[in-house]
Design a protein around this ligand. Structure first.
Ligand SMILES: Nc1ncnc2c1ncn2[C@@H]1O[C@H](COP(=O)(O)OP(=O)(O)OP(=O)(O)O)[C@@H](O)[C@H]1O
Ligand SMILES: [Mg+2]
Length: 350
């Protein structure tokens, strides 16, 4: 039973005590738009074979991930349940793992087995373990992809130098790919092609063709013909080299996607933004990302990646000048966490 109205907590508790197996209710007041964010995500998850607890967590996450919602609002949604793992709509073709005992909200990342979803095989790369933050960036990227055909994720200006590589572009692209895939935002799925380090345009095309083939799309005679009538998200990760070495061909490729396909959306990552102009450039959005948004997220990543330090040592590192120089930059944090060993050497902290 879903008591989808403000101040339904006390009633929900009573109904649960009276024997109703699953009661969802709301503590205090909740805005209508927030209730509807939760409801949409919750029922979508239930209807695709998730158990009640997972669907509830997904509903709360959707509320938390929405940039227009104040902090902690998701905690107002309460579930009283006798058996959280019960699946209400268990369509076998849609069913997903319901090993929910181990799932905590923060762990509901995509680091797990490749899975089947809505009958389609998820061939996307896995997110890093303990993926942190980036909620606003994920949201904005999906919004931009809905509005435009091409989105390019680059590092923000202060991180353009080579030594600042690793700001998290690939991880963000993977997170977006999973989100679009799991919510079936594009009808014909999501294809991820990693081209980092590929210089030659022919090799680039070969990789694209291979990924398309793996998804059952035959790109012969031509890529754009094959994609023409599909509604698909193509994620092309790390186009730096190929686009720099073959600027003209790369430009033609992008313009073909824009002009000759109807509903293909491309998400690209490139460390620095493109400097050449594309015709039809109103179909291209440039997004820039910096380090992790909050110091809290940076600290979580550091704690997660450091294995030998004690809690008091971690605290010392986090209050040191060194930690400030890491700039919430994920790869720098990971490197520092793996290099700083116990016992702490005070020289390492400057
Ligand atoms: N949001 C995140 N949560 C946890 N770890 C992250 C996050 N973003 C990045 N990382 C970690 O930081 C490292 C660098 O991330 P990533 O490969 O996405 O950066 P990049 O910008 O694509 O780098 P490059 O410029 O080399 O392509 C990875 O090892 C990844 O595990
Ligand atoms: Mg990358």
């Amino acid at each position: 039973m879903f008591l989808n109205s403000c101040h339904s907590y006390e009633l929900g508790k009573e109904l649960s005590n009276a024997g109703i197996p699953h009661v969802l209710c709301i503590k205090d007041r909740v805005r209508d738009d927030i209730a509807s964010i939760f409801t949409r995500a919750f029922y979508l998850a239930l209807s695709t074979g998730r158990c009640i607890k997972d669907s509830f967590i997904i509903g709360r996450q959707a509320v938390r991930a929405d940039p227009g919602v104040p902090k902690m609002e998701e905690m107002k949604f309460i579930l009283f349940s006798k058996d959280h793992t019960e699946v209400l709509w268990n369509f076998s073709a849609f069913a997903r793992s319901t090993d929910s005992n181990t799932i905590l909200p923060e762990q509901l990342s995509y680091h797990g087995e490749h899975e089947k979803y809505m009958g389609k095989l998820n061939l996307l790369p896995l997110l890093t373990k303990h993926f942190i933050g980036r909620r606003v960036e994920i949201f904005n990227t999906i919004l931009n992809l809905r509005r435009r055909k091409i989105v390019v994720i680059s590092a923000s200006k202060r991180f353009h130098k080579k030594r600042h590589r690793g700001v998290g572009k690939t991880q963000l692209a993977i997170a977006v790919a999973h989100r679009v895939f799991s919510r079936s935002i594009t009808k014909d799925g999501v294809i991820f092609v990693g081209v980092d380090g590929v210089r030659n345009f022919i090799d680039f095309e070969k990789l694209l063709h291979k990924q398309l083939r793996d998804h059952g799309i035959n790109a012969v005679p031509g890529l754009t013909q094959a994609l023409r009538n599909l509604n698909i998200l193509l994620v092309i990760d790390g186009v730096d080299c190929v686009s720099m070495e073959n600027p003209r061909k790369f430009k033609e490729f992008i313009e073909c996607i824009i002009n000759e396909t109807q509903d293909v959306h491309v998400l690209m990552t490139r460390h620095t933004p493109f400097d050449n102009d594309f015709s039809n450039s109103n179909e291209i959005v440039h997004q820039h990302i910096g380090g992790l948004k909050s110091d809290h997220d940076a600290a979580r990543l550091f704690i997660n990646r450091s294995s030998s330090l004690s809690i008091s040592e971690i605290t010392r590192v986090m209050h040191s000048p060194l930690f400030e120089t890491l700039d919430n930059h994920p790869r720098k944090i990971e490197m520092a966490a793996s290099q700083i060993q116990s016992p702490l050497n005070p020289h390492d902290l400057h």
